[in-house]
Design a protein around this ligand. Structure first.
Ligand code: BTN
Length: 232
């Protein structure tokens, strides 16, 4: 595992970096980056706005490591850790989004193949604006300054390597507390769409990365769902 991210393929425009990793049969950990995607994909079959200015990357991870299902959360946490290191105040929206000022700045997508997981990360870096229907924000819109994509990527991969090594060598327990500290809506009344709505008080994260809600039926753990703040 020493030096995970040793190969990098930086492309101008692709349909989706997820597809490049899948179709080219690249060695595990090879990072595919694109400046733009024609068909960027998000979770639940949604499109991912992939215009110039954002950073779009994917890589594959061989399956069979401990606490595998927590990978999206661990990757999102690494992004949040790195953004905090840069002076931003990110929050982690379970299960795999990073928010700043109530708007989405990063999304993580993991797709499982037989022997590997494809991890995709979309980061809103230098975009000046987004379509009004998206609750998105870029780091440039937050700070007023452009970030160098290459420097940003180098720092991010370093942080990601640290987080993933902790996961592989120690397990999710090593990261759980940090993730809970960064959790958006912690101790708030939320509604989780599973897709059926479940209302509860967000208590934290379980040892398997699940979301713990104190509901009318008691404490319940969820492994999927879309989280929103409960309207007052
Ligand atoms: C989400 O929040 O729904 C996840 C978004 C993931 C977007 C990234 S961008 C790089 C990679 N290629 C894709 O087509 N999607 C992921």
């Amino acid at each position: 595992m020493p030096g995970m991210f040793e190969n990098l393929l930086w492309l101008e425009e692709v349909n989706s970096t997820q597809e490049v990793v899948k179709s080219k049969n690249l060695p595990a950990w090879t990072v595919v980056v694109a400046n733009r995607q024609r068909l960027g994909r998000g979770r639940l079959g949604r499109p991912w706005h992939s215009a110039e200015g954002g950073l779009y990357l994917s890589f594959s991870v061989p399956r069979g490591f401990r606490d595998e299902c927590t990978l999206p959360l661990v990757v999102a946490c690494a992004v949040a850790d790195y953004l905090a290191e840069l002076g931003f105040r990110p929050a982690l929206k379970w299960v795999n989004d990073v928010y700043i000022k109530g708007r989405k700045v990063c999304g993580v997508l993991t797709e499982g193949l037989k022997d590997r997981l494809i991890v995709g990360v979309g980061i809103n870096l230098n975009q000046e604006a987004f379509p009004p229907n998206l609750e998105a924000i870029s780091l440039k819109m937050v700070s007023g300054q452009s970030l160098c994509p290459l420097d940003f990527l180098a720092g991010l991969l370093e942080q990601m390597e640290k987080g993933l090594k902790e996961l592989f060598l120690v397990g999710f327990s090593a990261l759980k507390e940090r993730i809970e500290d960064r959790l958006l809506f912690k101790d708030s009344e939320v509604v989780l769409y599973t897709p059926a709505p479940v209302a509860g008080l967000l208590q934290g994260i379980g040892d398997d990365g699940s979301l713990l809600l104190l509901t009318q039926e008691g404490l319940r753990a969820f492994s999927v769902g879309e989280l929103t703040l409960r309207p007052r």
